[in-house]
Design a protein around this ligand. Structure first.
Ligand code: GPP
Ligand code: MG
Length: 280
């Protein structure tokens, strides 16, 4: 199935990863309210929400991690611009569909999500059907570098932590084609810090963990500029995501990558950024 949508053996290996992925840190958090995310959290930890008997601490911790991931998704959606029910949105690298479902709930518009993982697409379509929003929220087995949507289809496109799997020169050319003039692109991503130099050991470990290729910060702006995407807002979310990772490191659902993220962020080699750009 993946052979028809992936464009290289590398992409097939990424699709295989996501077709096999079933981390409790994603599934147990998603089960809190049936919104399943594949991104990290931002904002301060609510320590009052964590207080209570030791036997039920893990349950409260999972709810709190999920709340922080939900806040990250809403922060991204805050920056899509003026979206009305007649607009169309593209969730590029849509995972199990959480951000798309939140976007439809907020704007009432059609949302298309795309993934190269058939398992994620099927799961996300099941979520949309269960919520009765499948006439407006649809997930497709498509490649973000060549998705086949007509020119000018979308008012806004976003990537929530999925740009590290693709060549940005190809990606942003495809977005410039699919976005309406005056439309918006929003990206939340981990990037390596050009000021540090080249990728640190911790950044390389994150790449190996997820089979991705974290880009330098500079490449985002160079490739946006080369593709008629003009930044309007850049927010460094590094400090805002550290509490999420510190909390996650204490959880039974930790995957082992937590200390690596903390080392990368605190050592200055890695940054968590939101970039917003207008299509001109
Ligand atoms: C999180 O997904 C995001 C990625 C795997 C892309 C890499 C992101 C970077 C910022 C480098 P996830 O929610 O499936 O990861 P985990 O299982 O660790 O929670
Ligand atoms: Mg996760």
């Amino acid at each position: 199935m993946t052979a028809s949508v992936t464009l290289s053996p590398y992409q097939t290996s990424v699709a295989d990863y996501w077709n096999a992925e079933a981390n409790p840190v994603n599934l147990r958090l998603g089960e809190v309210d049936n919104i399943f995310h594949h991104h990290y959290g931002i904002g301060p930890v609510d320590h009052a929400a964590l207080a209570g008997p030791e036997e039920t601490r893990e349950e409260r911790l999972i709810r709190e991690l999920h709340r922080l991931e939900g806040d990250q998704a809403q922060f991204l959606l805050d920056h899509l611009g003026d979206i009305g029910p007649a607009d169309r949105l593209l969730d590029s690298g849509s995972g199990r569909g959480g951000s798309s479902i939140l976007a439809n709930a907020r704007f009432g518009c059609q949302v298309d999500g795309i993934s190269i993982s058939q398992k994620q697409v099927d799961f996300a379509n099941g979520q949309a059907a269960d919520r009765g929003v499948d006439s407006k929220v649809r997930f497709h087995l498509k490649n973000m570098l060549r998705s086949g949507f007509p020119d000018g289809t979308f008012k806004a496109i976003w990537n929530n932590e999925s740009t590290m799997y693709v060549d940005l020169s190809v990606l942003f050319a495809e977005y410039a084609r699919m976005l309406q003039i005056g439309g918006r692109y929003v990206c939340i991503t981990g990037c390596y810090n050009d000021v540090y130099g080249l990728p640190s050991r911790a950044v390389s470990q994150i790449n190996a963990h997820y089979i991705c290729d974290i880009h330098p910060r500079s490449t985002y702006f160079a490739q946006l500029a080369a593709n008629r995407l003009v930044p309007t807002t850049v927010v460094d979310l590094t400090a805002a995501t550290i509490p999420y990772w510190e909390l996650r490191a204490t959880s039974a659902v930790a995957t082992g990558i937590e200390e690596v993220f903390l080392e990368a962020y605190k050592g200055g080699s890695f940054q968590y950024l939101m970039i917003v750009a207008d299509r001109v």
